[in-house]
Unconditional design. Structure first.
Lengths: 242, 624
């Protein structure tokens, strides 16, 4: 077996990722000589996780999405086997866009770090002392600053991309710890197994989704820098809807 | 020399109350020259200990005796560059209208063996105590100095305090002295700078003094911050899934665990998966006792927040009224951070004093006949004063309108503290429907307990749920998507503002109300009434000037990451922390004054350099 084949086999067995031979050859051509194979494998894996999978992985027929995966007319379908993807976008659909803008601005002002306490205002609302507060007064909290439900806990809506370049939306149906706007970098790699897709959306839960890690530095940087502007733009375009 | 003790209280009414208790009601009253309010009360009293039986002169001051000001050559607005006020010499002088009071103390001290200070037991009172001491020593350099530790003017408490004199707390007095100097220098420097610079900017600022205070501005900052949050708010649509089941002729509404989401396609897909599942399954049925906790013992901040919320009286008025009730001996000292009762206080005896009342007398009797509970303990103890509580019963006819309301609140709150929690039984039902979870809950209030006397809070039974069995399945009667919109926050209310000030170290419980009154007075904010009847709310809205000042100062420091805007609480909070260090003996007055001045001087220099930004903000809001 050549060293390329050995490395590819290693990466398949540890991460279930089928590295493209041409990408691997290019990697080996640039690698220093006389490096032990185990170290070389580690470096290769690190590079794969930091790469664009459209270049670094083989787009095998069973390891990519069907081209019509986003078809909203399909009520439900199951996809067997495992599909590696990279994260292109993440948003918290449990919080209003505006509350996310406000949170970003607080961080910009350096106030989140200083922990500007607003605990007391909760008591002012009057339910602070109630244990097991019933459902009776959940309506009365409307209009309270946090009524928009900004808690950062999602659920999240992701845009995922396969090795062939097909994009699809995915909804976090059950809480997955690794998925959050702050913690999940753009370009992270996920391995999806035995998926359910409903109305063109992948249903994510911890059973079908393994985080492999990594990120695409340039994408992540521009995505974060542009996040506030994108949120504001969406708010504006919403206001213009009839 | 005669064994005479000179007692000095902070206010005439306290002097009279203490004199009444110590003398058993028989004392001679003498007017003093030059002040119609302050009186000298003379009587005999046996202090025990080293003093024993003595003749006593009980008199008072009226708040602070002295004021701090710049030397005369710095008093004129154009006399020096405003920045010079950070170092200009200052001097402490007896206020002109307090001169007769100071003279009275000097005269009385001449014939006295000891000075016994009865100023209020808080930081301010400690400082006033040192002012009294200075006058007494000027009259009699060898006079012995003691102070009384007391927190209300109830008879037994006063007698006990009279027989256990302690020392003045120099640390606390120094903290106040530091604060006075800092307020003077920082306040005057910024007030002169901004007034002189801004007067020319807009016609309505001509002739106007634009005052600055290190508590006022952060207080204004909170109001402006909320104002912009309201103004900038953008409503957004959200979607939710509602599930309803009709059972036993009741409609049970189940609420979605996700509450609502901001993605319509996702919600539609989720609902479809619910409907596809057809049957919902009951995953949890819990029946457990629920309770609503009785309130904590009353602190000043709570009195102001709850008072302005329930009684609809602004916080400054509440404090004035509470002060009057204290001075008349009806309630304990109203400035306290303590929310735990000392074990030594006989609470039941205090409850008994309320027996004669028509409204809650019977409730008080029921407490004594078995329903009494030891109050909950909060986490705060200022080691000076107990929580605010009634000292004796007073007939409502002998109080004015506001006094009656505040006294009633203090009593009801106290009785509520000594009562049991309200108790009920709650049922929670959780169902899984498709991939989604929903829940419904019911509450049955079984024992109202404290709620019977604490009429300000509500806790009511909800509709009772029909029977559900864990594991059973059912087909919901209805399941559909409902749409809603996010709503803007409301403008800041006074109770909320007090909460923010308290959480961020702006002012003390005693001064918060003054700062709020001041920003209204300066026309930096106005009060706007919204709603009617029980829903009436008073909102604080900044004026153009208020907005301009905050935005201007924010702009002055923008792009200077290490500098903090004067509209933010952080600088003042730091200063307040240093005051506490003086009180703890960890720092000296001089150190703290220098450090705090350095902090503010830095902002002052930035403000001078970038004064155009402050002017631009004023032009933006006041001219255009």
């Amino acid at each position: 077996m050549t060293s390329a084949e050995q490395i590819a086999a290693q990466i398949v067995s540890s991460m279930s990722l089928a590295v493209s031979p041409s990408w691997l050859n290019a990697f080996l051509a640039n690698a220093q000589r006389n490096i032990p194979l185990s170290a070389l494998t580690k470096t290769a894996l690190f590079r794969v996780l930091a790469s664009d999978i459209r270049e670094s992985l083989t787009a095998g027929a069973t390891s990519v999405f069907p081209v019509d995966i986003s078809d909203p007319n399909v009520q439900e379908r199951r996809l067997l086997g495992s599909i590696p993807v990279q994260v292109l976008d993440i948003e918290d659909i449990g919080s209003s866009l505006w509350s996310q803008v406000e949170a970003i601005e607080r961080v910009e002002r350096g106030e989140a770090i200083r922990g500007r306490e607003i605990i007391r205002t909760v008591n002012v609302e009057g339910d602070g002392e109630e244990r097991e507060s019933g459902s009776t007064n959940s309506a009365s909290t409307a209009g309270h600053p946090s009524a928009s439900g900004s808690n950062g806990n999602g659920p999240h809506r992701l845009i995922l991309q396969d090795a062939k370049g097909t994009n699809v939306a995915a909804i976090e149906m059950q809480r997955i710890e690794a998925i959050s706007v702050d913690k999940l970098p753009i370009g992270s790699k996920l391995l999806l197994r035995n998926l359910t897709v409903a109305r063109g959306m992948i249903l994510l839960d911890s059973g079908c989704c393994t985080l492999l890690g990594g990120k695409i530095e340039t994408l992540d940087k521009t995505w974060r820098e542009g996040r506030k502007a994108r949120l504001l733009q969406r708010i504006d375009s919403m206001a213009n809807e009839p | 020399m005669a064994r005479k003790i000179l007692c000095v209280a902070e206010k005439p009414a306290i002097a009279r109350a203490v004199a009444t208790h110590l003398s058993g009601g028989s004392f001679q009253t003498h007017a003093i020259r030059g002040n119609q309010y302050v009186k000298n009360y003379e009587f005999e009293f046996n202090f025990g200990g080293s003093w024993g039986q003595c003749s006593v002169t009980m008199t008072s001051v009226i708040g602070h005796l002295t004021g701090l000001d710049f030397a005369s050559q710095y008093k004129g607005w154009m006399s020096c560059p405003p920045g010079a006020l950070f170092e200009a010499p200052v001097q402490e002088d007896v206020d002109k209208d307090k001169k007769p009071i100071a003279e009275n103390i000097r005269n009385q001290a001449r014939y006295s063996k000891a000075l016994f200070i009865w100023t209020d037991c808080d930081r301010e009172g400690e400082h006033i105590g040192t002012e009294v001491r200075n006058q007494a020593k000027a009259g009699n350099a060898r006079i012995e100095v003691k102070r009384a530790r007391f927190s209300n003017t109830e008879r037994a408490h006063v007698l006990q305090a009279a027989r256990a004199p302690v020392e003045l707390d120099e640390f606390q007095a120094n903290a106040v002295a530091a604060r006075i100097e800092l307020d003077l220098r920082i306040g005057a420097a910024f007030t002169r700078l901004q007034t002189l610079q801004l007067q020319a900017v807009a016609a309505i600022l001509k002739e106007k003094v634009i005052s600055y205070g290190s508590c006022q501005f952060p207080t204004l900052g909170f109001v402006v911050d909320r104002y912009f949050r309201v103004q900038n708010f953008k409503p957004e649509t959200f979607w939710s899934i509602k599930v309803m089941l009709e059972r036993e002729r009741k409609k049970v509404n189940f609420l979605w665990r996700r509450v609502h989401l901001f993605d319509r396609a996702a919600v539609t897909m989720m609902l479809e998966r619910c409907l596809k599942a057809k049957q919902a399954k009951v995953t949890k049925v819990t029946q457990k006792p629920k309770s609503k906790w009785r309130p904590l013992p009353l602190t000043t901040v709570d009195l102001q927040m709850m008072g302005s919320r329930f009684l609809r009286i602004d916080s400054q008025t509440i404090m004035k009224v509470a002060e009057a009730l204290y001075t008349k001996g009806f309630i304990s000292y109203p400035r306290t951070e303590t929310d735990q009762f000392d074990k030594a206080i006989d609470l039941k005896k205090l409850v008994e004093t309320q027996f004669p009342d028509d409204r809650w007398g019977q409730y008080a009797k029921d407490l004594i006949e078995g329903k009494f509970r030891t109050p909950r303990s909060g986490r705060n103890n200022d080691k000076a004063h107990p929580p605010i509580h009634p000292v004796c019963w007073v007939s409502p006819t002998s109080l004015n309108d506001n006094e009656r309301k505040v006294y009633e609140f203090v009593v009801r709150r106290f009785l509520a503290c000594c009562s049991d929690d309200a108790k009920g039984s709650g049922t929670d039902v959780e169902i899984q429907y498709g991939d989604e979870f929903f829940h419904a809950s019911g509450l049955l209030v079984l024992e109202r307990n404290y709620l019977d006397v604490y009429v300000y809070e509500k806790w009511e039974s909800s509709q009772q749920l029909p029977h559900f069995e864990r594991g059973e399945t059912f087909e919901p009667t209805e399941a559909n998507i409902s749409e809603g919109k996010t709503t803007a926050p409301n403008y800041l209310t006074e109770p909320e503002l007090i909460g923010l000030m308290d959480a961020n170290g702006i002012g003390t419980d005693a001064t918060m109300a003054e700062h709020i009154a001041k920003i209204k007075d300066r026309q930096y904010v106005v009060v706007n009434k919204r709603g009617t009847g029980r829903n009436k709310v008073e909102e604080l809205i900044p004026t153009h000037l208020g907005v301009a000042l905050v935005e201007g100062y924010d702009n002055v420091v923008s792009g200077l990451p290490s500098s903090i805007s004067l509209s933010k609480p952080f600088l003042r909070k730091e200063m307040e922390k240093q005051m506490l260090e003086i009180c703890a003996g960890a720092k000296t007055r001089q150190d703290v004054v220098q450090q705090s001045l350095d902090m503010y001087r830095e902002v002052f220099i930035h403000t001078q350099r970038r004064i155009e930004m402050l002017k631009a903000a004023c032009r933006k809001y006041l001219v255009e």
